[in-house]
Each structure stands twice: as structure tokens, then as C-alpha cells.
Design a protein around this ligand. Structure first.
Ligand code: DHB
Ligand code: FE
Length: 284
């Protein structure tokens, strides 16, 4: 079968997303009161109870749901499932109190501690990396419009086949990932290749649910970024491509009109796009 090497396997990406999440999270964060736990969990359960009543869910359906939930856990697909179907609402709630560049979901494929790169840089890639070369340039500023020198742009994205390094065995470590450090004027120019749309692994429980429900498994092509600078709140976001497939129908519902790039061919085979980032102060 010709697709074997490149078909997205749940074992490869789901399980390693679970591993990456555990590593990044360490021992967990902060204290949660029992009142808060009771309040939120009761609301979640009330939503489930109401769906069962409204949809007259049968015993057979309840047992099938249990079977599927067990498989999501065993396949390590909780990060995939939750980031696709739930994270966008957490981001929406968070964004209500934020200023500056719009955020978007982190997704399951961030890896910390990537190579630091100068303000004009090319992301690490294979010598024969497929895809249209893309240069993204811009400036990082504060809410008053002052440049933020030395701001960091932590960038990661899928390759021209839609795979992320670290989550696909055939890709070298750190491929299409890097931390670009803006210059003294907050400016940067990073060259990479345009990513392809991303498809949720079709062979695991999340993919099976999507297929059984008759939905599609696609996200539009996107660049992931975390933009950070000391004294400022870091922004986790994504940039999309004007006219791109699935832009209006993202399975993860994570697109925003403010986050769409409009790249232009430079006449030499490269696409050029500009995007400026605005960070708010840490405690506002
Ligand atoms: C998922 C993958 C992504 O690339 C992304 O940005 C969000 C979610 C996922 O498979 O869950
Ligand atoms: Fe992604």
C-alpha cells in the first residue's frame, strides 16, 4: 500500500501527544477549591444528563459511548480530541479579558525548547523539504505601538504533507520548529515552507467518531506561534492563509478573521506575508 509510510497513525501522533502533554505540564498547576470542582463538574454532568433526555439515549448507545471513551484513553487520543472539540471554547472565554493580537488554540503538537534563531532566519528543515517557500515578516509591538526588542516568536507547523515533527516517525527532530528572536526594533523575518492542511488521524477513535458522524477531519493550513517578551503576556495563536481550504469549516473551530495572512508571490518562487504582533502588559 503506497500510503502506509505517510498515513497518519493514531499510535504515532495520539500517544506522543499524550506524552508531550505530560512532560510539559509537570506536576500540575495551582490549587482548585472543592467548591469550584463541584460547581464545574456538576454543570458538565448536567449538560450530559440533559443531552441524554433530549436525545432519548438508549442503553446500547450508552454502552457504545463507554466503549469509545475507553478507546480514546487507550489510544492516547485525549489531547487530540479535547484540543479539536473543546479547546476553542476555553480560548474564547480566556480571550474575553485580553487585548492585543488575537489568540487561538495551542493544539497538541507544541514542543518546548526548540532551537533559538536570529531575527532573520530559516526554520530547520530537510534539504529536500517539499512545499512553497514562505517568508513571514513583521514587528512585535506593545499596546502603545512601541517596538518590543528581542521578543521571541516560538513557531511550529506541519510540513507539506500535513505532519508535525516529533509526532511522525519519518520526520527529523525539530523540523519546521524554532524560536526566532526579534531584533532591537522588534522586527523579524522567518523563512519556511507553506504548511498543508492538517488532517486528524483517521485510524484512531477520534477519526472513527468523525467518520461515523459523517463529519470531516480537516483543519485549514496554519502556522502555530507563541509570541513572548518579558513584562508582557505571551500570546498563543495561529496564522491561516487567505482562500485556504477548510478556512471557513475548521474541524477545531479555531480560525479568526484577524488571523488570516495574505501572502503574495515575490516573483522568484517565494510567498511573502506580513504580520505584526501586539502584546499587552503582563498584569492587565
Ligand atoms: C489538533 C491538531 C492541530 O494541528 C491543531 O492545531 C489543533 C488540534 C489535533 O489533532 O487535535
Ligand atoms: Fe496545528
Amino acid at each position: 500500500m503506497t500510503t502506509t509510510q505517510h498515513s497518519p497513525t493514531a499510535a504515532a501522533s495520539g500517544a506522543s501527544a499524550t506524552e508531550a502533554f505530560r512532560t510539559a505540564r509537570g506536576d500540575g498547576e495551582g490549587q482548585v477549591t472543592s467548591e469550584r470542582i463541584a460547581d464545574v463538574v456538576q454543570a458538565v454532568l448536567a449538560g450530559v444528563h440533559e443531552a441524554i433526555r433530549a436525545k432519548q439515549v438508549s442503553y446500547a448507545e450508552f454502552q457504545a459511548a463507554k466503549q469509545w471513551l475507553i478507546e480514546v484513553g487507550e489510544g492516547g487520543e485525549w489531547p487530540l480530541f479535547l484540543d479539536v472539540f473543546v479547546e476553542h471554547v476555553v480560548e474564547e472565554v480566556t480571550a474575553q479579558r485580553q487585548h492585543g493580537t488575537k489568540g487561538s488554540i495551542l493544539g497538541p503538537y507544541y514542543l518546548p525548547d526548540q532551537r533559538k534563531l536570529p531575527s532573520v532566519a530559516t526554520l530547520p528543515m530537510r534539504p529536500d523539504e517539499k512545499g512553497t517557500p514562505l517568508a513571514l515578516s513583521g514587528q512585535v509591538r506593545d499596546l502603545e505601538g512601541n517596538p518590543i526588542p528581542g521578543a521571541e516568536l516560538d513557531i511550529w507547523h506541519a510540513d507539506d504533507d500535513g505532519y508535525y515533527s516529533g509526532f511522525a516517525p519519518h520526520l527529523p527532530e525539530g523540523n519546521l520548529r524554532g524560536v526566532v528572536v526579534a531584533d532591537g526594533d522588534g522586527r523579524f523575518e522567518v523563512t519556511t515552507v507553506k504548511p498543508a492542511p492538517y488532517q486528524i488521524p483517521t485510524d484512531g477513535p477520534t477519526g472513527k467518531l468523525i467518520e461515523a458522524a459523517g463529519w470531516h477531519p480537516w483543519r485549514p493550513a496554519h502556522l502555530h506561534l507563541i509570541v513572548r517578551a518579558s513584562g508582557h503576556r505571551q500570546i498563543t495563536t495561529q496564522l491561516y492563509f487567505e482562500g485556504g481550504e477548510w478556512l471557513e469549516d475548521d474541524v477545531a473551530q479555531a480560525t479568526k478573521p484577524e488571523l488570516v495572512l495574505n501572502p503574495r508571490p515575490d516573483g522568484e518562487g517565494k510567498l511573502r506575508a506580513e504580520y505584526d504582533f501586539v502584546l499587552e502588559p503582563h498584569d492587565s
